[in-house]
Ligand binder design. Sequence first.
Ligand SMILES: C[S@@+](CC[C@H](N)C(=O)[O-])C[C@H]1O[C@@H](n2cnc3c(N)ncnc32)[C@H](O)[C@@H]1O
Length: 402
Amino acid sequence: MNERINPRAVEAVVARLPEPDADARQHSLKLVSLIRDEIAAAGGRIPFDRYMELALYAPGLGYYTAGARKFGGSGDFVTAPEVSPLFARCLAQQCREVLDNLEGGAILEVGAGSGILAADLLLELERLDCLPERYLILDLSPELQQRQRRTLSRCAPHLLQRVAWLGAFPETAFSGVVIANELLDAMPVHRFRLSAGSLLEQFVSWNGEQFALGWAEPASPDFAKQLAGPLGRLDGMDDYESEINLRAAPWLDALAGSLAQGAVLLIDYGYSRAEYYHPARSRGTLMCHYRHRAHADPLVYPGLQDITAHVDFTAIAEAAQSAGFQVAGYTTQAFFLMGSGLERQVARSDADDAAAHLALVQGVKRLTLPTEMGERFKVLGLTRSWDRPLCGFAMRDLRERL
Ligand SMILES: C[S@@+](CC[C@H](N)C(=O)[O-])C[C@H]1O[C@@H](n2cnc3c(N)ncnc32)[C@H](O)[C@@H]1O
């Protein structure tokens, strides 16, 4: 349990954050002004999840919806598809298994980031002679949609005509595979606190100079009911803070209406409920990323830094079942990639091309080592009208932990 955040360490990290340039500061100030106006209109405070939604997705100003670099070495954080094409090539094996059995179908990627996963996945499926009829992308961010189009035009121009960008889940249900890598962690969360027998919710206000966080009676009378899962594990806890994602269940309901048959792969950092709402994790999992520095202050540089929370995979599995999915598998990223042919991918590498081989080996390490992304990241497999096993969960299935 080494993720409990030491407040002194956080202050020190915040003090060491690189200074944004003048343009970035100007941009952040515009978003601050928009959030301040909303706080004023709401009577002096907004729930934390609304603050997070505006900070990340306010049209034209939020972290994801404006021009921040975000991914990669010159951005704020690195995701698995950016680390190595091996990630996409292994996912392609899992897609092939489903698409072959369906004798066709589409892929829908939700939250496609820079578009590199789409490009590498399509190139690998082309090599395997198993291209999907269509590759659909649904992303909230118009800025990222443009970036995805540029990536695909650069890396796989001949496959671009198969790709379509959607504004919402398809109205006509399709068959195939849905992929979402690091989507759930980017959904706004509500923050709660247990204190002296009371359940409180976190709000954001403006103190005349800057935003401030505070705890008060929950905004919704249903809050305790919505928190039934975590609260069931936190009986008698005091001075305990955490968060809950209340947007994932409606999202899964909407997704269920769009997938007639096939599989959904949700890949993210997170835990089972018992590990997530553990007594030792008494300050929750909220994290912010700015130029590869991680800290826990969501009020710093609004619009310039990422704000994220780990995923409670038990809650996602329960919501998926309520939406009509079967939970087909749950495992670590390392086991999923191994089950999806990681070794075969490495064996294909030309050891005489020392630089390429070394890059591949480095990629394997970062994707699979427990100290890197191998164990912190999990894969949850959901299926609909599908009763075959999925290869990604063949090596080790940890569903009993959920
Ligand atoms: C942390 S990034 C991950 C990007 C990419 N999957 C990767 O692994 O590099 C989150 C992505 O999800 C998108 N996003 C967040 N919420 C969304 C939603 N409800 N529907 C569609 N896209 C969403 C963001 O715009 C962004 O592209």
